[in-house]
Write a protein that binds this ligand. Structure first.
Ligand code: C5P
Length: 293
C-alpha cells in the first residue's frame, strides 16, 4: 500500500514569549494557523527493519537526522517495533524559516504510518509522541487554527478565520530557532504580560482581514531581524508593495504579508519575486488538509 499526505506549513498570527523556563525552553502564547504551502509525504510498506527516507533537500537531508525518520522510528518503537517503511519527502516549504516544515513533515509521517501499519494510536497518543520530536509537531496533528501555550505543545483548538490570503516571503537565510531565542534573552524583552493572542482569538471565527491585520504580533521579530537583517528588509518590501500588514513567522526568517484577496496576494507575490525574493501566494487552511493541484 502507498499513502500520500500533504504536510502544510504554519504561520504564527501572534507569538508572545512569556519567559524562560528552567528546562531551557520558553513559555509562549501563540495563535497558530496552517496555510496552503505544503510538503508532500509518501509512505509505502517495506520489510522490517528498513525505515528509509528519500527526497528531502540539501537543507533537509533524507537521513537519520531528518525529523521524518525520527517520527517513523518513534512510532515503531512505541508500538512494539517490527515495522518497515519507505518514505519519500518532497520539500517545498523553506527550511529554517519559522514555517514549521520539519514539524509538519513529522506529523504527516505519524498520521500516514499509523494508518499504513494499522497501529491505531489515538490522536492524543500521536501528540505525545509528536511533542518529543518538536514543540510544533502536536499542532499539525490537530488543528488548522489553535492557541498554543506552554512550550507550544499545549493546544486549544480555535474556530478558523475566514479564508485569509497572504504571501510568504523568505530571504533565503536559515535561522536557527535556539539562536533567535538566545538573542531574545540577550535583548531582555521576555516576560511581558500582554493579551494579544486572546485579542486575536476573540475575533474568530470570521474576523475580517483588516481586523486580523491590526492584531498580528510577534515578540521574536527584532531578535530575528538582529540575526538576519534581510528579513526586516523583506518585511518592509511587503508593506511598501501593498500588504495590509506583515510580520515574521515564528522565529523566522520567513515573513508573511496579509493581502486583501486572492488577486492581491498573487500580485504581491509577483512583485516580491521581481525583487529576486522567494515568495508564495497562499491562504489559510483547516486541518486535515488534502492539498491542491
Ligand atoms: O521544540 P523544538 O525542538 O522545536 O525547539 C528547538 C529549540 O528552540 C529548543 O531547543 C529551544 O532552544 C528553543 N525553544 C524554546 N522555547 C520554545 C520552543 C523552542 O526556547 N517554546
Amino acid at each position: 500500500m502507498t499513502l500520500t499526505r500533504p504536510a502544510p506549513a504554519k504561520i504564527n498570527l501572534t507569538l508572545e514569549i512569556l519567559g524562560r523556563r528552567s528546562d531551557g525552553y520558553h513559555n509562549l502564547r501563540s495563535v497558530m494557523q496552517a496555510i496552503s504551502l505544503y510538503d508532500v509525504i509518501t509512505v509505502e510498506d517495506a520489510p522490517f527493519p528498513r525505515i528509509s527516507v528519500a527526497g528531502g533537500s540539501p537543507d533537509a537531508p533524507a537521513d537519520e537526522r531528518n525529523l521524518v525518520y525520527r517520527a517513523a522510528q518513534a512510532l515503531d518503537q512505541s508500538t512494539g517495533g517490527g515495522h518497515g517503511a519507505r518514505i519519500a519527502l518532497e520539500k517545498r516549504i523553506p527550511v529554517g524559516a519559522g514555517l514549521g516544515g520539519g514539524s509538519s513533515d513529522a506529523a504527516a509521517t505519524l498520521l500516514a504510518l499509523n494508518h499504513l501499519w494499522g497501529t491505531g494510536l489515538s490522536t492524543e497518543s500521536l501528540m505525545e509522541i509528536g511533542s518529543t520530536l518538536g514543540s510544533d509537531v502536536p499542532f499539525f496533528l490537530t488543528g488548522g487554527t489553535a492557541l498554543a501555550e506552554g512550550r507550544g505543545e499545549r493546544l486549544t483548538p480555535l474556530p478558523p478565520p475566514e479564508r485569509l490570503w497572504l504571501v510568504v516571503a523568505w530571504p533565503d537565510f536559515h535561522l536557527s530557532t535556539p539562536a533567535v531565542y538566545a538573542r531574545l534573552d540577550d535583548r531582555g524583552i521576555e516576560g511581558q504580560a500582554s493579551d494579544r493572542s486572546a485579542t486575536l482569538a476573540s475575533m474568530l471565527p470570521g474576523g475580517s482581514v483588516e481586523t486580523v491585520a491590526a492584531a498580528i504580533w510577534n515578540d521574536m521579530e527584532q531578535a530575528a531581524f538582529d540575526l538576519c537583517p534581510t528579513a526586516g528588509v523583506v518585511r518592509d518590501a511587503l508593506l511598501e508593495r501593498g500588504a495590509l500588514a506583515a510580520m515574521l513567522s515564528g522565529s523566522g526568517s520567513a515573513v508573511f504579508g496579509l493581502a486583501e484577496d486572492e488577486a492581491e496576494a498573487h500580485s504581491l507575490a509577483g512583485k516580491m519575486k521581481a525583487l529576486g525574493t522567494w515568495a508564495f501566494a497562499c491562504h489559510t487552511v483547516p486541518l486535515p488538509y488534502e492539498g491542491e493541484s
